[in-house]
Design a protein around this ligand. Structure first.
Ligand SMILES: Cc1cc2nc3c(=O)[nH]c(=O)nc-3n(C[C@H](O)[C@H](O)[C@H](O)COP(=O)(O)O)c2cc1C
Length: 190
């Protein structure tokens, strides 16, 4: 699929379920390949992912519910728990610190660049999943869930959680988006 077509098809899918139309391996391959292909400032390769499926998927969302002590409506938690899996996105702050020492002139920029790169990866995987007819959305229960996630998946202390992407088979599709006057946001200069 061409990139604009792929981007047009990507949406926030909140109505997801556990039946996916492809073998799990295809999803895992997409995630691995995207992680290898998405660029990173100074090629620092700071993004880290944990792909949660199976019993751990249910456990993750039950734990998020517990950490929020009921402050997130249970039906919202259920909507994400209903998915096939959740991709947890991090960047490794040890990598960031390493390049900060190496290139002190840009030190302040590296955490921003690490976040930008993990954002690029999210869009790539989000769009790629939709190409496989799998719906996803992007959630941010961090930093409240950081300690629980670190413990649950035994991730290094230096991994900083950036986002959670629940994904699964598509129940219903979101409404079409209204068109916008893009000239308000894009200028051309010659
Ligand atoms: C950086 C970023 C953060 C977002 N955070 C959330 C979030 O925490 N929860 C959520 O439901 N959607 C989140 N979204 C989804 C946006 O609200 C959504 O992409 C936007 O409204 C456009 O809708 P669409 O995804 O269907 O095109 C986020 C999107 C981006 C790019």
């Amino acid at each position: 699929m061409k990139i604009l077509e792929s981007l047009k098809n990507r949406r926030s899918h909140y109505d997801i379920h556990k039946d996916i139309p492809v073998q799990e391996e295809k999803v895992f391959d997409l995630i691995k390949e995207a992680t290898e292909l998405v660029p990173d400032a100074f090629n620092m390769k700071s993004s880290r992912l944990v792909v949660v499926t199976g019993a751990k998927q249910d456990e993750l969302w039950d734990n998020i519910d517990k950490v929020f002590e009921g402050k997130v409506p249970r039906e919202k938690i259920e909507s994400f728990r209903n998915g096939y899996g959740t991709i947890l996105y991090f960047y490794d702050n040890d990598v960031v610190k390493g390049v900060q020492e190496q290139f002190p002139l840009y030190a302040d920029n590296f955490p921003k660049w690490a976040n930008q790169s993990v954002g690029m990866l999210q869009l790539t995987i989000w769009s790629g999943l939709k190409e496989l007819d799998i719906g996803a959305s992007l959630q941010h229960y961090n930093p409240v869930i950081d300690d629980m996630v670190k413990k649950m998946f035994d991730v290094p202390e230096s991994w900083i959680l950036n986002a959670q992407m629940p994904f699964g088979g598509i129940g219903s599709h979101p409404d079409a988006k209204p068109s916008e006057d893009i000239s308000l946001r894009v200028k051309f200069a010659q």
